[in-house]
Design a protein around this ligand. Structure first.
Ligand SMILES: Cc1cc2nc3c(=O)[nH]c(=O)nc-3n(C[C@H](O)[C@H](O)[C@H](O)COP(=O)(O)OP(=O)(O)OC[C@H]3O[C@@H](n4cnc5c(N)ncnc54)[C@H](O)[C@@H]3O)c2cc1C
Length: 336
């Protein structure tokens, strides 16, 4: 385990916020976890982090940041139809996607290109192009901080929802996720119903295959999202708001053309990006912070914006949407 005192977090968050933390612990093996308790790490302020691609730091973090850098992909079981893979929290998400594509395991390909680590993937139930990671997770393994004991949560116990799970709600701040067990299909099947993806595949006009679907997803993502090597951001800054169907129907009378998706229980999910666009904020920039011109859900740090500036700016976007539609859009990003 590596311990860095007064560490700069600039390289540890994709927004590129240059803040420091009291200590940064890089956990290289699960065997190190008990020593975190022995070192008293959890007796004061602490936070788990992955690749920092869903975090906005607004100030220095006085306490300890803990990052799992554990590695390993283990085939736990294999049947005629499915394979079960136990993957260490510190593996890069993109590496597990690549591993599945190489081995012809189906299910994860639509989630190609999402930054971050495997251990963070269940936390906000990452999703893209009609697939959520909850569709692929069999179990999540880790440690509870409050009880200092290990846990295994089965899929149904993780309370997965839209960009949410038990790790963001009931057990927020109480878990060290060490491994995720995925169940992947060995039978060829694709989910290409998402319009943008279907259009991209049609352009290529190739027989469907895992590399071809993954390439199409990457092409769609590249056409909309900033390259985090050049622009600081955390992907979609806002969640798509879920509203009662009646609220949506009333808005449609005033704003025909609003996008919606069924969200169950008589509710619909609206497209926050469209609301931001119609509220006149797409492409708007204030100093070094702005809404990305090609995708209104993304707030970008164009240079040296501070976390406080990003917060002031996102509140402005939130207000504009509220003024125009009476709908409150909430951040998806963890603001620290
Ligand atoms: C350009 C870009 C595109 C993106 N596109 C998508 C997308 O299409 N779909 C999507 O869903 N997300 C997307 N994201 C958001 C982000 O990539 C995901 O949320 C990702 O899972 C975050 O992983 P991370 O390792 O960076 O986690 P971090 O941002 O470091 O942490 C996220 C949360 O997980 C917790 N956490 C991290 N590791 C652990 C652990 N081992 N145990 C317990 N808790 C832990 C943290 O405390 C924090 O609350 C995008 C981000 C960017 C920058």
């Amino acid at each position: 385990m590596k311990i860095i005192q007064n560490a700069s977090l600039k390289a540890y968050n994709t927004f590129g916020m240059d803040v420091r933390c009291g200590h940064l612990y890089l956990v290289e093996t699960e065997k190190d976890v008990p020593s975190l308790f022995e070192n008293g790490v959890f007796d004061s302020e602490y936070m788990m982090i992955g690749d920092g691609s869903n975090v906005l730091f607004t100030k220095p973090f006085q306490g300890t940041i803990i990052k799992m850098v554990t590695k390993g992909i283990e085939k736990m079981e294999e049947g005629a139809e499915f394979v079960w893979l136990k993957v260490a929290a510190g593996e890069k998400w993109e590496d597990i996607v690549g591993y599945c594509i190489k081995n012809q395991y189906f299910g994860v390909e639509n989630l190609v290109g999402i930054p971050g680590l495997v251990g963070s993937s269940p936390v906000q139930n990452i999703g893209a192009y009609g697939v959520e990671v909850k569709d692929l997770i069999h179990e999540v393994h880790g440690w509870r901080i409050s009880t200092r004991s290990t846990f295994v949560l089965r899929n149904e116990d993780c309370h997965f929802g839209y960009r949410s799970s038990i790790f963001k709600t009931e057990l927020k701040g109480d878990c060290i996720i060490t491994d995720v067990v995925f169940r992947l299909s060995k039978k060829e099947a694709y989910n290409v119903s998402y319009k943008g993806l279907a259009d991209e595949l049609q352009k290529e006009d190739l027989p469907l295959s895992l590399p071809c679907v993954a390439d199409a997803v990457i092409a769609v993502r590249n056409s909309k999202l900033p390259d985090i090597r050049h622009y600081g951001c955390a992907g979609s800054f806002f969640k798509n708001p879920i509203v009662e169907k009646e609220v949506f129907d009333a808005l449609m009378l005033k704003f025909p053309g609003l996008i919606s998706y069924p969200a169950g229980d008589g509710k619909v999910k609206m497209a926050a990006g469209q609301l931001i666009d119609l509220a006149g904020m797409k492409g708007v920039r204030d100093g070094d912070v702005g809404v990305w011109p090609k995708q209104a859900l993304v707030i970008v740090n164009y240079g040296n914006a501070t976390g406080q500036e990003v917060v002031a700016f996102y509140k402005k976007v939130q207000e504009k949407v509220m003024d125009r539609f009476g709908i409150r859009i909430e951040p998806e990003v963890n603001i620290v």
